[in-house]
Design a protein around this ligand. Structure first.
Ligand SMILES: Nc1nc2c(ncn2[C@@H]2O[C@H](COP(=O)(O)OP(=O)(O)OP(=O)(O)O)[C@@H](O)[C@H]2O)c(=O)[nH]1
Ligand SMILES: [Zn+2]
Length: 201
């Protein structure tokens, strides 16, 4: 059964390994010690546990019901949710990348509860990611499950692994996009999407 027929309940990420917070805390302690960070101050005694729980939180998406409704008046223009804030973890350095998502679809038989676009972004953002894959996963999920006439997704993000260290390009923005259906094949629909999305403004 697809979302086009009924709301579905999304459950934990199928490829996610089981997590072991005790082992994670031990490993965080070992990592900090190996880096020469002294943990014998009162303020840091509990830090390995906090570090483990914080990372676990950032790797655990919240399940949600992707509620849909019939498109009973045949609404046939774009639905766009602009400037959805998101946080993810760059899978190369495990440092955050954060930014804004712009998600749009051209409705078919059903429309999606608006908040679900934001929840969908959060769902795929949680856990180690690269921005390109994250962008495509959001677009692919909508196309495959909602079966709209088109989908457009743009992500604009700053990668801390590029701004706080390494290349040190503070403020540089990475933009990625994914389009499906009419937003891929029809130049006017695509242009309208990018015009209405007003990325960066
Ligand atoms: N394509 C892509 N690359 C990313 C993303 N996040 C981080 N990276 C890049 O992953 C690359 C990893 O390169 P490496 O040379 O193995 O790592 P590094 O020595 O830490 O590289 P520097 O960051 O240049 O110091 C870097 O160029 C990062 O900027 C992402 O979402 N997509
Ligand atoms: Zn990185």
């Amino acid at each position: 059964m697809t979302i086009a027929e009924a709301p579905i309940r999304m459950v934990v990420r199928p490829d996610g390994p089981t997590r072991d917070l005790e082992a994670a805390e031990k490993a965080a302690r070992a990592l900090l010690s190996a880096l020469g960070v002294a943990l014998d101050r009162e303020g840091m005694a509990e830090s390995p546990g906090r570090m483990a729980r914080a990372l676990a939180e950032m790797c655990t998406p919240r399940p949600f019901d992707a509620t849909t409704f019939p498109n009973d008046r045949d609404y046939e223009q774009l639905v766009i949710e602009r400037r959805i804030p998101f946080e993810s973890l760059c899978e190369h350095h495990m440092l955050p990348f954060t930014g804004m998502a712009y998600v749009a679809y051209l409705p078919g038989k059903r429309i999606l509860g608006l908040s679900k676009l934001a929840r969908l972004v959060e769902w795929f953002a949680h856990g180690p990611q690269v921005q390109e894959r994250l962008t495509q996963q959001i677009a692919d999920w909508l196309q495959e499950n909602l079966r709209p006439k088109g989908v457009g997704v743009v992500l604009e993000a700053e990668h801390l692994c590029m701004s706080l260290r390494g290349a040190r390009v503070d403020g540089a923005a990475t933009l990625t996009s994914a389009v499906h259906g009419l937003l891929r094949d029809d130049a006017r629909a695509r242009q309208e999407f990018f015009q209405l999305a007003r990325v960066g403004r």
